[in-house]
Design a protein around this ligand. Structure first.
Ligand SMILES: [Zn+2]
Length: 320
């Protein structure tokens, strides 16, 4: 879609000719190194997180005429975008408050482009407070038996929620890749405790022999590091992902426990998001895109799946 003479592209994987490129957040699947002339719309937090991950977005802006950026609640700095009254694009979005993150803010628009990672009715997540209680119970029982616990999640986003919720346990270790992302959160005013650093190539034989908690990137229980933490220290592995709703997730990952803590909307939150935007047309992308579009059509919405992920916004609308 062109607003007046202005062309926007949304989360492209490579530079695309346009007046503005919107980068919704700093997860790698939304990143690219822009060309010199590209004008990037992104939050300051996204720009800083991107730089720490090896992507220089250059001088970004949040102020463009006719454009409104809204907190999408997914990770630090994540934004949804509304362009004129025409289009509202969610990027990745969460429908609930978690720790230091708010929930996705919405606006009415004629066209809604939305992520549908968990757009199937089986994906309804439990209350976060209940999940946190369960995890604390699991850690407590491990400590009673003298066993350490590794909490695994994506290093940007999930790992900071884990750092926030479970930092009262001592001793507390942060894997280096998590600590690097935690630091940027602290620089932006998020209150995260400074635990002890853990460099896997230097420290894997220097951990205490009693119980401890480590926040680490998601990895297979069969990986070299996790196998070592298990065999040497008797570590218990817990994985955190929305996919943990499905039985068998722990065993497929080789973890002892898994918990459905997610940075995305669950099914019911996706439906609420559509109702709040009240669009004429919905385009779905990611995950259960076809199933969710079909459910929306049954509810009376005009909905379809995007044929090509992250093509230009004008392409979306030309096909309408
Ligand atoms: Zn994301």
């Amino acid at each position: 879609m062109d607003v007046g003479e202005t062309r926007f592209v949304l989360d492209p994987k490579a530079a695309v000719h346009a007046d503005y490129t919107f980068v919704s957040h700093a997860h790698i699947d939304h990143m690219h190194n822009p060309t010199r002339n590209e004008r990037i719309i992104a939050s300051k937090e996204t720009s800083d997180l991107a730089r720490a991950r090896g992507y220089d977005l250059g001088s970004t802006t949040e102020e463009v005429e006719g454009v409104e950026l809204l907190d999408s609640g997914h990770i630090l700095g994540s934004r949804a975008i509304k362009i004129a009254d025409e289009v509202y694009y969610t990027g990745d979005a969460s429908g609930r408050e978690r720790a230091f993150l708010g929930k996705c803010r919405t606006r009415r628009a004629r066209i809604l482009i939305m992520e549908t990672t968990y757009g199937s009715p089986e994906y309804v997540f439990p209350q976060t407070a209940k999940l946190v209680r369960e995890v604390n119970g699991m850690i407590g029982s491990a400590f009673d038996r003298g066993r350490p616990v590794v909490l695994m999640g994506y290093p940007l986003g999930k790992a900071q929620l884990l750092s926030y919720y479970f930092s009262s346990w001592e001793p507390l270790f942060f894997h280096d890749s998590v600590a690097a992302m935690n630091k940027i959160h602290v620089d932006h005013g998020v209150s995260l405790k400074a635990g002890r650093g853990f460099n896997p190539s230097e420290d894997s034989d220097r951990l205490p022999s009693g119980p401890w908690v480590m926040i680490a990137p998601m990895s297979s229980g069969r990986s070299h590091l996790m196998s070592h933490l298990r065999s040497r220290y008797g570590a218990i592995l817990a994985a955190f992902s929305g996919w943990a709703i499905k039985g068998g997730y722990s065993s497929s990952l080789g973890a002892d426990y898994s918990f459905p803590l997610s940075d995305h909307c669950d099914y019911s939150e996706l439906i609420k998001l559509v109702e709040a935007v009240s669009p004429e047309t919905v385009y779905t992308t990611h995950g259960f895109a076809a199933e969710f579009a079909s459910d929306l059509r049954r509810m009376g919405f005009s909905a379809r799946t995007l044929s090509a992920y992250q093509s230009s916004l004008s392409d979306y609308v030309k096909g309408d």
